[in-house]
Design a protein around this ligand. Structure first.
Ligand SMILES: [Zn+2]
Ligand SMILES: [Zn+2]
Length: 642
């Protein structure tokens, strides 16, 4: 019998008879450890473990730990779910069932929407199918055979999918009586799924197009152990509790009015606007301290400006365009061209550089309505934008300063962990990028040196830079360890050229300026949405829209409560007095739900002693304290941004 040589990624080689299944190959190499395999990779291609060895090859084990392993695992679970649905709802038609970022879904065409009870029944069936440990069979058939098969099965969505396939052969996968058109690969047996949960039901249009029929989508998740599943479910429960849309409503911070005013546009309520003002004031002060000048630019500009900047050609589909007096205008999607116009009102000398403009610039970008999400993905948002115009020699120092600045901002808002990416050009294909070699080298080294100088870990993303310059992206990890898009520091070799942005150098000649865009928070809306979830709505004292609330025990203490309130207001504390004739316990509970950091309870004794009993939102009781001490304590926390 002829043999083939199998080589592992570590170089280990072994011989096997032709026709040995990959499962057997892995078992003979890894022993019991081969159980971890979800699928395998043969010469870089993902394949089922039931496939047989045909030729010499490089073999890799793919486990749940890898993205490909998870994808296969989750996608296979979607087949199992579909087969359960078929058993319970024989008339159901099947659309698609991919793995997603976390878990999987399948879209079904059914007579009436699924109910939570249906989900339970489907789960039960799935457990049975998993217990039966049915093998997944792969069949390669011709396209016309597939058309025949899915016509017989009356699966119109599968037939539609087939129409778009140009290959002559396709694969179908079968387990039990369920057959699906699928490229694969899949797990070897249904029993491989150890723990799963169906999470939710949603309506979804076929092909995402609302002109098509609305299908029923079931989302699910699966793991190799019950513990992993439990941990995951706990995490999403926590995340749901922290959902900024939910907390935003509960704490009266903001609203969206999709129907009446349009999707992706945020209305900031007084409390949300208060927090935003504090963030913005802090942001402005810190920029001014660092030599930035604040500017303001209009919300619309003629198309001409965006043609010069280049956005009109490469960003057109994301811009809102309007006609005014036969002129085409654009709602600004970026602030940069405006800052360039201000820079160019004078001849600039190297002695003036760096010139740094900053603006909380509200921009509008057209995003498809299906992609919008609360405050995180919107159509109107405020960039905490800044542009540095400097000489090449100044660039490294400026980058270091921006990096320090960004880190200080993030840490002030309680973020301690980050994921940092440095996107550089593909050095094999330099022709795809604007700007000289010299400029790219200078810029990339300025960015990496700054990260190295501060000992920050980062991933160098080769070939990930946009065509006009390298950049640093910083993601902040929140209290649940989830990453949020934060600061960006971006070199730009495009705009200075398009607008001919220059300065007069020491040599008396005109030189092209180095332009650096940066945001130290990201979009204010997205940053705020993230902040709500990070703090779960319990904003630290310096940000809390109401820092203290005075709760008189009886109404004859109202005057004393008002007196404390006035005194605190005078000293800049955001304070309220709850003078409603409600029970104290009720008022405390309400203040706690509103996450007010300080509750000052005043009774007769407190009024006589010019004190208040202090209760924190954590439930901790500090006992009676002199009013002056309370004010000092709160003001110290505000100063220290706690
Ligand atoms: Zn499949
Ligand atoms: Zn910019």
């Amino acid at each position: 019998m002829s043999e083939v040589i199998v080589e592992l990624s570590d170089g280990f080689q072994s011989k096997f008879p032709v026709g040995t299944t990959l499962q057997d190959v892995l078992s003979s190499i890894y022993g019991i450890d081969a159980d971890r395999a979800i699928v395998a990779k043969v010469d870089g291609e993902l394949v089922d473990l039931t496939q047989k060895l045909e030729r010499d090859c490089k073999l890799e084990i793919v486990t749940f730990g890898s993205d490909e392993g998870k994808e296969t695992y989750w996608h296979s679970a979607s087949h199992i779910m579909a087969s359960a649905v078929q058993m319970l709802f024989p008339k159901a038609k099947f659309a698609i069932g991919p793995a997603i970022n976390e878990g999987f879904y399948y879209d079904f065409d059914v007579d009436k929407p699924f109910t939570p009870d249906d989900l339970e029944r489907i789960e039960e069936k799935m457990h049975k199918i998993i217990e039966m440990n049915l093998p997944f069979f792969r069949n390669e058939i011709t396209k016309s055979e597939a058309v025949l098969l899915f016509t017989e099965l009356d699966e119109k969505y599968k037939r539609e999918i087939l129409e778009d396939i140009t290959d002559e052969t396709v694969t179908v996968y079968r387990h039990g009586n369920f057959v699906d058109l699928c490229r694969g690969p899949h797990i070897a047996n249904t029993g491989k799924i150890k723990a799963f949960k169906l999470l939710s039901i949603a309506g979804a249009y076929w092909h995402g197009d609302e002109k098509n029929k609305m299908l029923q989508r079931i989302y699910g998740i699966a793991f190799e152990t019950q513990k992993e599943l439990d941990d995951y479910l706990h995490r999403i429960e926590e995340a749901q509790k922290r959902d900024h849309r939910k907390i935003g409503k509960e704490l009266d911070l903001f609203s969206l009015h999709e129907q009446h005013a349009g999707p992706g546009l945020v209305y900031w309520h007084p409390k949300g606007a208060t927090i935003r003002r504090i963030i913005e004031d802090f942001w402005k002060d810190e920029h001014i301290k660092r030599g930035y000048e604040l500017v303001i630019t209009p919300h619309i500009a003629k198309s001409d400006l965006w043609k010069t900047s280049g956005h009109y050609s490469f960003f057109r589909e994301n811009m809102f365009v309007l006609e005014v007096e036969d002129q085409e205008y654009v709602l600004k999607p970026m602030n940069c061209p405006g800052h360039i116009l201000i820079y160019q009102t004078k001849m600039r000398s190297y002695r003036e550089l760096p010139i740094k403009f900053a603006e909380l610039g509200t921009v509008y970008r057209y995003e498809r309505s299906g992609t919008l999400m609360g405050m995180l993905r919107v159509r109107g948002f405020t960039q905490d934008d800044a542009h540095i115009f400097c000489t090449p020699e100044q660039a490294p120092e400026e980058i270091l300063k921006v990096l320090d600045f960004a880190m200080l901002m993030l840490k002030t808002f309680g973020y301690e962990e980050f994921e940092i990416n440095l996107s550089v050009r593909d050095s094999q294909h330099k022709e795809n990028y604007l700007g000289t070699d010299e400029m790219w080298e200078l810029a990339e080294s300025a960015l990496s040196s700054a990260l190295n100088a501060r000992g920050l870990k980062y991933i160098r993303m080769e070939g990930e830079a946009v065509f006009y310059g390298p950049k640093i992206d910083i993601k902040l990890l929140d209290a649940l360890g989830r990453p949020w898009q934060g600061p960006t520091i971006q070199f730009d070799f495009n705009e200075p050229k398009n607008f001919n942005v220059t300065y007069i150098g020491q040599d008396g000649q005109e030189h092209e300026v180095v332009m650096i865009h940066h945001v130290v928070l990201g979009a204010i809306e997205r940053f705020f949405g993230g902040l709500i979830e990070h703090y779960a709505g319990a904003f630290p004292v310096w940000l809390a829209p109401v820092q203290a609330r005075i709760l008189p025990v009886t109404s004859d203490l109202d005057d004393y409560a008002k007196m404390i309130k006035d005194e605190m207001l005078k000293l800049g504390i955001r304070v309220e007095a709850d003078l409603r004739s409600e029970k104290l316990g009720f008022k405390i509970r309400e203040a706690q739900l509103e996450k007010v950091p300080y509750m000052l309870i005043v009774g007769k004794r407190e009024a006589e002693g010019k004190t208040a009993s202090v209760r924190l939102r954590s439930g901790e009781d500090l006992g009676p304290m002199p009013i002056q001490d309370i004010i000092e304590r709160i003001n110290t926390e505000i100063d220290q941004k706690k």
